[in-house]
Design a protein around this ligand. Sequence first.
Ligand code: SIN
Ligand code: FE2
Length: 222
Amino acid sequence: MIPLDLFEDPPPDAEALRVPLAPGAVLMRGFALEGDAELLQAIESVIAQAPPLHWQTPGGGTMSVATTRCGPVGWVPGGPDGGHHYAAQHPRTGRPWPAMPGCLMDFALCAASEAGYPQFVPDSCLINHYAPGAKLGLHQDKYETDLRAPIVSLSLGLPAVFLFGGFQRSDRSDRYRLVHGDVVVWGGTSRLRFHGVLPVEDGTHALVGRRRLNVTFRKIGR
Ligand code: SIN
Ligand code: FE2
């Protein structure tokens, strides 16, 4: 006899869109596809007000990724030991960071909820601009005060290989190809897992052009 609940399972394609990475961490393939043009427009408006910069690494190097941000809490990359540091204004324009556009906030709430974090309200949104060849070494996101809140990460434009590892830098990491519209959320016991991005291959995306944009929503809680 076929168990009845077999018919209540989600259709296989819906399941394939939801890839568990670890407890508390999920890749939701194509989750942002529907509103991609509106999201891109909101990101472009932030970029126009606060152009992405190549911040310094603690070792005195320069990041290959260019970063900007929006939302009330002004943290940017390049603090001691690879974390973030507080910057009240954009260093080049001298203006405060732009407010978080409503559609980005709505998106973050919706994605977090879908991933099992219905309480999440971000106060900061980092925008990483990857030109072809740009990468992000393995790191932990640990400069947020409230580590109970997850990280919500939205990828647009060129594909990239996302590394998702363990709790030591030397732990083996799994590789996932993230494409335009993919969303990764990690929290709970996976909140401090090391992660990174391999160098982005050259190409052109029909909507976004010759770049990858990654937006991470965070609750810094200062
Ligand atoms: C990050 O680790 O902050 C960004 C990850 C990504 O670009 O996918
Ligand atoms: Fe990160």
